[in-house]
Design a binder for this molecule. Sequence first.
Ligand SMILES: [Zn+2]
Length: 576
Amino acid sequence: MTAAAGQEEQLWSRCAGCASLLYRKRLRRNLDVCPECGEHSRLGAPERLRQLVDPGSLRLLPDRLPEADPLDFVDVLPYPHRLTAARAATGLPEAVVCGVATIGEHPAALAVMDFRFLGGSLGTAVGELITRTAERALDDRVPLILVTASGGARMQEGALSLMQMATVSQAIAALREAGLLTVSVLTDPTYGGVAASFATNTDLVLAESGARMGFAGPRVIRQVTGRALPEGFQTADFLLRHGQVDMVVQRRSLRGRLAALLAAARAGRPARTPVPRQEPARDHERLADAVPPAAADGGPPPEVVDAWDTVRTARHPGRPTTLDYLDSVFDGFVELHGDRLGGDCPAIVGGIARLAGRHVMVIGHQKGHTTADLVARNFGMASPAGHRKALRLMRLAARLGLPVVTLVDTPGADPGISAEEQGQAAAIAENILTLTVLPIPVVTVITGEGGSGGALALGVADRVLMLQHAVYSVISPEGCAAILWPDRSAAPQAARALRLTAPDLCRLGVVDEIVPEPAAAAHDDPAETARRLRAALLTNLVPLLDVPPAMLVRLRRQRFRRFGATRAGSTQVGAR
Ligand SMILES: [Zn+2]
């Protein structure tokens, strides 16, 4: 991370590309692009906004959110200390700056991320601010421009950070439906949960020269695969070659290019009936009010177990898999294969089955009980083809009017080289977005490991259930420990800090209901586990069948809208 303080006073700086010593003022006049080698150095959000919008046109949206430390997260430092340090270093309240402005006299709403602030990480405040910007765009009927710079979701806010991927995505979906242009501008670097949601599920994706974007970072991929990465991996040109971005744009052309796109969108905007606006979350209209309450018999209150023990139970090789449940909970499963684009990922299984006589579409991650099974199924880590297969089946279900049941059990999405080449981030992002508008009931069960964006790609549902000893997390405890402690042996502490157990997530509202497991855990009595899962599925799914599709979608969006700052703190901020 570069020191931002005192940058103005510095007279000279050294180019990270060619090591030339450059006169600072000359560099700034050249938009922080090296005149010698063309290296685009990273920009903070204020400077980026200055470069992009018409002078004097910017009106900032309120950006002061209440302190948010929803998990009381402590690694080697308490999270609030990290926030305070980031604020002092950047002069910004959070990792995004939002406003409305004109670009070439065309109005737009903009959210610009700032990598200097905790790596541009996406937490509840950042998600809330970007969502409000999208809602403002919808109110004003203007396009939305997102400039991304982020390492991914903010670990210190756990699964609530993960939920922001859905929250922002559904705000983008509302703009899509209203016929309003959404554009993301990828800048260096854009990774993880940001890449796998609003950075890539906009109408248009522009990459600034020199930007790198991917789901998994190069270090992780090298660790996992043990292979050297190809030249130019994940760079803007790589993304263009692999069909993942619309264009690569030099910084000096970015403003003009955006102005031209805004002009085109303005000219071509069809006269459409506006979709009904999403009501603010504080209406507290919830599925619970629209459908009869589920049976209150949730079994005995779960005893307190250490989070790390739960992680190990969730990963137990004997734990029932999706195919086991398809055999025991459902009847007449007909498996459907392929993404229709050239792949059939073994880590995702899906197809039509019956649940107590009703046809449903079941989609789930598949692990295995033996090493050979696990390897054959890529340990339940879906490739882009797997996510696209799931997407195809979701859409098919919608056309056929079949409810969708998803079973989540994955350490995370496949972080391999070819997964990146085939657009892992965009594949996950498209699933999340599609689920937010799917006009049929969706019930998700976290059955084992709910790992990060790969879990959420099947997890944006009307009802989210969780088996008692399952876990659901924004990052694996090992990954979190390696980054924040930084030592993988701190994984047990990280597991506790992340609040990834079913009782924790129920408290946070991420999960609606815990499905109790027989003693000691699911793998000890798979038949009883199946019986309980089937009962929970029916209790939660059947009431949804009577809810009209438009209302289902509206309530689902409200469910994922409430993970913003209102949940993290108070509602004192903003116009709503
Ligand atoms: Zn240079």
